[in-house]
Structure formats: structure tokens, C-alpha cells
Ligand binder design. Structure first.
Ligand code: SF4
Ligand code: SF4
Length: 158
């Protein structure tokens, strides 16, 4: 559904609650707050209107547009809520469930992440790095010890 607010047309169905518009807005007209397991994206007063389209340009989901639609403009603020996704390893809230679902839809099945895409996307950046370095160390250990065992194996046979 398209909602008209502070001079913007907002597609609630497309928005994933990613922070990008809020970070780029020079007027702090879009405010994002995380509380417990929920993220709130709040479109409030202060938009420059036609002098600026930064949030429209940066939105990765094309959820925003400048302009007017038929019907009355809603009274600010427009508030959208998103359920937060917790890291499956350290349980820290890292992103929204809607972002994870959208990324999963777009991840090609052949994309090699070293683990199932759902598991990889369920980790926070710090836990991903930990998993990757653990995998690298395990790989290096295998590379170090496997040739020796193979060499011993050959030695036994001869
Ligand atoms: S159009 Fe510009 S001022 Fe208005 S909400 Fe977007 S980034 Fe902020
Ligand atoms: S940049 Fe787009 S998808 Fe991200 S929170 Fe803003 S409107 Fe939603």
C-alpha cells in the first residue's frame, strides 16, 4: 500500500527497515529506533520536500518516491514496525527479519557461502568472521597434516 507522508510516497510493502534513508536524510526527518525485538521507522516533519531526494535515491528497495498521490496526505508521523532478527550464534539483534527474508529470496542457490545461505544470513558480521576464521584454521590444519599422513600411508605399503 502506498502512503503519502511529508511529501513522500512510501510503499510499506517494499520497505524492509534498512536504515539507509534515515542515515542519509540531512533533516533527520526519518528516524529509526530499535527497541527490544522491534525496529521502528518513523517518517516525521522536517523534510525539505522538492529540494532533496536523497532518501529516494538511496533506498535499495525503491520504496520511496517524491510527489503526490490522490487522496489526503497523512498527518506525520507515519510509523512502520519491523521484527528484528537476532544473530543465531550470539543472539544480538542485527537486522530485520524482512531484510533476511528478502536477501534469501535473492540469493542464487549455487552461491557458495561455505554454509547454507539461511545459516550465513542468520549470523551477525562478527560471528560470520569468527566462523570464517575457524574454517580457515581447520582448512590450514588439514593441509598441514594430510600430506604427512598420505606420505606415511605410501611408506607403509612399500
Ligand atoms: S527528501 Fe530529503 S529531506 Fe526529505 S526525508 Fe528524504 S532525505 Fe530527508
Ligand atoms: S531506505 Fe527504503 S527500505 Fe530502507 S528503511 Fe528507508 S524506505 Fe525502507
Amino acid at each position: 500500500m502506498i502512503k503519502q507522508q511529508i511529501g513522500l510516497l512510501i510503499r510499506e510493502d517494499l520497505c524492509v527497515g534498512c536504515l539507509a534513508c534515515s542515515r542519509i536524510c540531512p533533516e533527520a526527518a526519518i528516524v529509526v529506533t530499535d527497541r527490544a525485538d522491534r525496529r521502528e521507522v518513523r517518517f516525521q516533519r522536517g523534510c525539505r520536500g522538492r529540494d532533496c531526494d536523497r532518501c529516494v535515491a538511496v533506498c535499495p528497495e525503491k520504496a520511496l518516491a517524491l510527489g503526490t498521490a490522490e487522496g489526503p496526505e497523512l498527518e506525520p508521523p507515519l510509523i512502520m514496525e519491523f521484527e528484528l532478527n537476532r544473530c543465531r550464534s550470539c543472539t544480538r539483534p542485527v537486522t530485520t527479519k524482512k531484510i533476511v527474508a528478502r536477501l534469501l529470496e535473492r540469493t542464487p542457490p549455487q552461491f557458495d557461502l561455505g554454509m547454507p545461505a539461511r545459516d550465513w544470513l542468520g549470523l551477525c558480521p562478527a560471528c560470520r568472521r569468527r566462523q570464517e576464521s575457524r574454517a580457515l584454521v581447520q582448512g590450514a590444519r588439514r593441509d598441514l597434516f594430510l600430506p604427512q599422513r598420505t606420505a606415511q600411508g605410501h611408506g607403509d605399503k612399500s
